[in-house]
Design a protein around this ligand. Structure first.
Ligand code: ZN
Length: 133
């Protein structure tokens, strides 16, 4: 088995995200000129077109923007049924990820977690924030 830590995933634009994932840290881009956060990664800021984009650690907190349950086998990596959501991060960007843990609905708070994979950096998942945390 290949050591996931040794893999350089993605292209020069996305590799920092995967390096963060390898350390189970959610990193997103922030514009050094205007402060805009963005995901997925790009070589420039979507708000002001500056190329001074830097990587920062996101809080990992977000809310469910959209949610569905997948009931057919699309990928060998995911066994149906499973939930897929668009999560709006506290910093503003949205990302697509699976939801694990207890039931949740649109608008519910979620927090980032990681699903280990044998030959790749961990995959980000989100789980509902419950009374017990
Ligand atoms: Zn900007």
């Amino acid at each position: 088995m290949t050591d996931p830590q040794s893999l350089e995933f993605g292209d020069p634009i996305t590799a920092p995200f995967w390096r963060g994932a390898s350390e189970r840290r959610l990193v997103i881009q922030r514009c050094a000129d205007c402060g805009h956060h963005q995901f997925y990664p790009r070589p420039f800021c979507l708000a002001c077109q500056s190329d001074r984009v830097e990587w920062v650690q996101a809080s990992g907190r977000g809310t469910v923007y959209s949610l569905t349950t997948v009931r057919i086998q699309i990928s060998p990596d995911f066994t149906p049924p499973y939930r897929v959501a668009i999560v709006r991060l506290e910093e503003g960007p949205q990302l697509l990820a699976t939801i694990v843990g207890p039931p949740c609905a649109i608008g519910d708070p979620v927090r980032a977690g990681w699903k280990d994979r044998p030959d790749a950096p961990p995959l980000i998942v989100f789980q509902p924030v419950t009374e017990s945390g």
